[in-house]
Every structure is written in structure tokens, then in C-alpha cells.
Design a protein around this ligand. Structure first.
Ligand code: NAD
Length: 256
């Protein structure tokens, strides 16, 4: 029933804006945070690594964070069928923009142009200095860690270095958020996939799209706070659900 409804909505949608979360990458071997096998579900204390105040004021947290960056499964992960589904949607000319909360760059590695992906929470493959703002590569910072610096500091100014990702307590890049809001306002269908829709302001983009008249389709294994306003909710694994949905051709008699 829901599946059929979602197929009808896709057939009628000329312009689709998508918001993805960690669930899109679990099939690539990168655990999410809040799913049944999520990093925080298994170890709630790990949340401290994602809090900007703990990071800035506690050198032990920084050392732990550097170790977890070096061991992050994204270094060895490959894109999966869910990532590739968005590439197909883009090639069909129907993807307005891909807004992602993921920091693993798997959407781009699957073949989406970098300018089609808005990384709301940044990327783990770059490092930023919290003092002077200099951006450098994660690879070279991790080389310094491997060479015996447990908490490397900025080579320009000596400031604290951090992955170029958004931690709790940090604001999103204003320009990225503005472009994401515009994409949410400018679509017929807003697809939220693999996200618990609990982290704001990213989750609020779904509501923004609905208020502007878009249909909301949610593909997520577990319930989200937005299920009630969604036109369809699909619970199956994303590697199956997304390729099936994006394969639904546009009904050319859909209103322009
Ligand atoms: P989340 O952990 O809060 O929610 C992920 C959701 O995906 C869960 O509700 C889970 O049920 C669902 N899910 C997991 N695997 C699925 C599958 N195969 N099929 C269908 N549903 C599946 O993640 P979030 O909403 O993205 O928010 C968490 C934050 O964590 C984000 O800010 C993100 O930056 C960060 N994060 C990113 C990565 C990554 O880059 N891959 C990984 C972990 C966390």
C-alpha cells in the first residue's frame, strides 16, 4: 500500500530534493549513530566526541577523536546501491539537490558531481583550525598522529585542529544551509532517506518542504518525528527501496 503510494508520488515528481543520513551508508559498513547497531546506541559515552565544548576543553577527548578518525570505516568503504540510486535520479534530470548529513563523501564517490551535493555537516576528509580557519587535509594530519603527535595543532598558528565536520554546539555553514533551504522550498517531492530526522536544522528542512507544498516521502527503518506529515513512509532496506523508487519513470502528463 505505502509502496504503491510512494511509486505514484515518484511518478508525479519532476523535481526531487533528497535529504540523506547515516542510514544510507550502513550497507557500506559505516555504522549510524542511533540505529539498533548505532555507535551511540552501543556506547552512549561516544557522544562526547561529537560535542564541541568537550573537544575544545578536554585534550583527552581530542586524542580519542584523532584515534577514532584514523580508524573510521569510511577510509575503506565503497558506495552502495542506495548511493547509486541518487546518481540515477540525477542522470534522469529529476534531482534538484542532494542534501546530506553524512561526512563520508560516498555520494560523490558514487558519481554525483560535487556541486550537486550539499554537505550540511561537512566532511571528515578535511581538517579545520578552530583559531585561524585554515583548511588542510585529514590524511596529512593523520600522518602526524601516526608519527607520534597524539593531538596535532595548526602549523600556521598553533590552534586546535578538528575534522571539518559540524559537532553539537557548532553552527552549520550559513551559505550551505541557505542553499539547502532553497532546494527544500523548490521541489515537488522531498525524499528523506536513512535519517532519524532528529538533528536540527537538517531535520527541519523536511518540514520546510512540506509547508511549501512538497510531498514528503520517508525511507527509514525506524519511525521518525515526521512520519505523520509524510505522504508515504517505507521501512525496507535502502539498498532495495531506493533503486526501486528511482526507477519509477516520470509520468509525462504530470503538471509542470
Ligand atoms: P541517525 O543515526 O540518527 O539515524 C539513521 C537512521 O537510519 C536510523 O533511524 C536507522 O533506523 C536508519 N537506517 C540505518 N540503516 C538503514 C538501512 N540500511 N535502511 C533503512 N534505514 C536504515 O543518523 P542521522 O539522522 O544521519 O544523524 C546522525 C548524525 O551523525 C548526522 O549528523 C551525521 O553527520 C552523523 N553520521 C554520519 C555518518 C556517515 O557519514 N556515514 C555515520 C554516522 C553518523
Amino acid at each position: 500500500m505505502e509502496r504503491q503510494r510512494a511509486r505514484e508520488l515518484f511518478a508525479a515528481a519532476r523535481r526531487i530534493t533528497a535529504l540523506t543520513g547515516a542510514g544510507v551508508s550502513t550497507a557500506s559498513g559505516i555504522p549510524d549513530f542511533r540505529g539498533p547497531n548505532g555507535v551511540w546506541t552501543r556506547n552512549p559515552a561516544a557522544q562526547r566526541l561529537s560535542d564541541i565544548d568537550s573537544y575544545v576543553f578536554d585534550p583527552q577527548v581530542r586524542e580519542l577523536a584523532w584515534r577514532s578518525r584514523a580508524e573510521h570505516p569510511a577510509w575503506h568503504a565503497e558506495p552502495n546501491a542506495a548511493h547509486r540510486a541518487f546518481v540515477d535520479l540525477d542522470r534522469a534530470g529529476r534531482l534538484g539537490a542532494l542534501l546530506t548529513q553524512n561526512i563520508d563523501e560516498l555520494h560523490q564517490r558514487a558519481g554525483l558531481d560535487r556541486d550537486r551535493v550539499l554537505e550540511l555537516h561537512g566532511t571528515m576528509f578535511k581538517v579545520v583550525c578552530l583559531s585561524c580557519g585554515a583548511v588542510t587535509s585529514m590524511r596529512s594530519a593523520l600522518r602526524r598522529v601516526a608519527d607520534g603527535e597524539p593531538d596535532p595543532s595548526c602549523l600556521e598558528c598553533g590552534g586546535i585542529l578538528k575534522s571539518a565536520t559540524i559537532s553539537f554546539g557548532q553552527a552549520l555553514d550559513a551559505e550551505v544551509l541557505r542553499r539547502a533551504q532553497r532546494a527544500a522550498l523548490d521541489c515537488d517531492l522531498f525524499l528523506a532517506a536513512g535519517t532519524s530526522l532528529t538533528v536540527h536544522p537538517a531535520a527541519g528542512l523536511a518540514e520546510l518542504a512540506v509547508r511549501a507544498g512538497a510531498e514528503l516521502v520517508i525511507c527509514n527503518a525506524e519511525p521518525t518525528p515526521y512520519d505523520e506529515v509524510a505522504a508515504a513512509v517505507l521501512r525496507g532496506p535502502l539498498v532495495e527501496v531506493l533503486p526501486e523508487l528511482v526507477a519509477v519513470p516520470l509520468n509525462e502528463s504530470a503538471p509542470p
